[in-house]
Write a protein that binds this ligand. Structure first.
Ligand code: CU
Length: 105
C-alpha cells in the first residue's frame, strides 16, 4: 500500500511542472495590463477586474477557444495554459481590449 501511494505521488508530480508560473493580468481602464505574456505550458493567467465596469474574457482562436463569462468589478478568473502556440485574448464588451499570449512547450 505504501509503495502504491509513493508511485502515485511521483506520477502526479511529473504531470505538473514544478516551475509553473502565475501571471496576473489586471483589467483596468478597459485595457489588459500587461498587454502581452510569454508563458509556458502549465502556467496560469489570473484575470483580475480592477475596473468599475464588466468585462468578458474570450479567445476566438480555434486552437485556444475560450469564454470565461462575464466578470463584474472585483471578480477574478483563472486560465490554465495547456496548449502550445500563440493566441489573442479579447473582451466581449470592449473591442480594443487585447492581450497577446504566447505559450511555449
Ligand atoms: Cu472589457
Amino acid at each position: 500500500m505504501k509503495l502504491f501511494i509513493q508511485t502515485t505521488f511521483i506520477a502526479t508530480s511529473l504531470a505538473i511542472p514544478a516551475a509553473a508560473e502565475e501571471f496576473v493580468v489586471t483589467m483596468v481602464g478597459t485595457n489588459y495590463s500587461p498587454s502581452s505574456i510569454n508563458a509556458s505550458i502549465g502556467d496560469t493567467i489570473r484575470f483580475v477586474n480592477d475596473d468599475a465596469t464588466d468585462h468578458n474574457v474570450f479567445v476566438p482562436t480555434a486552437s485556444h477557444a475560450l469564454d470565461l463569462g462575464k466578470q463584474e468589478p472585483g471578480a477574478e478568473a483563472e486560465l490554465i495554459l495547456r496548449t502550445p502556440g500563440g493566441f489573442e485574448v479579447e473582451c466581449v464588451f470592449h473591442a480594443h481590449m487585447l492581450l497577446q499570449v504566447e505559450v511555449n512547450s
